[in-house]
Design a protein around this ligand. Structure first.
Ligand code: TXA
Ligand code: MG
Length: 336
């Protein structure tokens, strides 16, 4: 299949392809998404196939107007409304009771549905012109780092989908925060740009799901099916190393025989004698979030045998960066 490469002037074209049952990769403020009509079962099957995504891993439904919520959900808890008032449009996804109109292929058979109102103007325009809510998982091959640049989508999906719309680099660089309102107390399932403390400032205490920090075993019951699958992995093995810039540098230098790459912070550079790739300043979680997935993709092209990643802090927004990195490392962590 030939994949059309569209520009920001082709929003109508992207919407026309979606309306006629196609799938189009579109930019959002978090990562690129692979979009199709949330009511078109055939188009949604194409998404699962192109990504190689397990069929029990549900998709997020994207809307561009709060009025569309009634087509998607069947109940609207007050705490969810409070968060929506504060953070939508924006990088936070709410899990809510599903409306019967949403096909079960969207939700992997669950009674709940994930909904998000993105703030990216092109994403909003494509949804509006398509005339329906759009499902859009991250536009990567299943298991690979999510795409934050047009070239990442081309790398993974060219020849497999109808079109890719180039909207430049994604502003945030990690996927949205996901919070579930299915139980009495809201549960954070995936950390993102909106932090737990920002959420708790609006709606009070929330639960942080175990899967945010720890590995879920195959037989464990999970709330969010996505958390049990291998994620964000480059082809080269990644190991996380916790320690100061000096001890991290010494560790890398003493492992030089392994042909390592240091996936590090700017502050580590004076201590390193090995090949390196910085994903930002140790102090700047926004910069780390924006660069991480691109750095993981670049690291794979460096002809190294192992990637030792310097661990980010798990405070505030750092929890989102840490959450993605421990998954890409398969929870393999060395504490110095
Ligand atoms: O920022 C984002 O959220 C991006 C952009 C494109 O909007 N999308 C994205 O979608 O990251 P995806 O499919 O890669 O991740 C969605 C996550 C998965 O972990 C999935 O298991 C979970 O949300 N999820 C979706 N529906 C759910 C539901 N009903 N209950 C629990 N978890 C759900
Ligand atoms: Mg994804």
């Amino acid at each position: 299949m030939q994949t059309l490469h569209l520009t920001c002037n082709d929003v109508q074209k992207a919407a026309d392809i979606i309306k006629s049952g196609g799938v189009v990769a579109i930019p959002t403020e978090t990562v690129y998404g692979l979009a199709a009509s949330a009511f078109d079962i055939d188009a949604i099957s194409k998404i699962y196939k192109a990504k190689g995504r397990p069929s029990d891993n549900p998709l997020i439904v994207h809307i561009c107007d709060l009025k569309e919520l009634e087509k998607v959900i069947s109940d609207f808890p007050i705490k969810a409304q409070e968060l929506i008032d504060e953070f939508w449009p924006g990088p936070i996804t709410m899990i809510l009771p599903k409306n019967e109109k949403i096909p079960s292929i969207v939700t992997g058979g669950l009674d709940s549905v994930a909904v998000r109102f993105p703030s990216h103007i092109l994403a909003q325009e494509i949804i509006r012109k398509s005339g329906v809510p759009l499902v859009a998982p991250s536009a990567n091959l299943s298991g690979r780092p999510s795409p934050t640049k047009f070239t990442h989508v081309v790398e993974d999906l060219d020849g497999k989908i109808d079109a890719i719309l180039d909207g430049g680099d994604c502003n945030f660089g990690l996927e949205s925060t996901v919070i579930s309102f299915i139980d009495e107390t809201p549960i954070l399932l995936r950390p993102g740009a909106i932090t737990p403390s920002e959420i708790e400032a609006i709606i009070g205490d929330i639960i942080i799901d175990d899967s945010v920090y720890t590995e879920i075993k195959a037989e464990q019951k999970v709330i969010s099916p996505g958390t049990k699958y291998k994620h964000y992995s480059p082809k080269t093995d990644v190991v996380i190393v916790k320690g100061s810039p000096k001890s991290y540098g010494e560790f890398l230098n003493s492992h030089i025989a392994e042909n390592p790459l240091a996936l590090c912070f700017d502050e580590d550079l004076p201590f390193l004698e090995t090949p390196f790739l910085s994903y930002g300043s140790i102090e700047d979680e926004n910069e780390q979030a924006k660069n991480l997935f691109d750095a993981l993709r670049q690291a794979d092209k460096q002809n190294v045998s192992i990637i030792y990643a310097h661990s980010p802090s798990s405070e505030n927004m750092g929890i989102a960066v840490y959450n993605r990195l421990i998954r890409s490392a398969g929870f393999n962590i060395i504490e110095l």
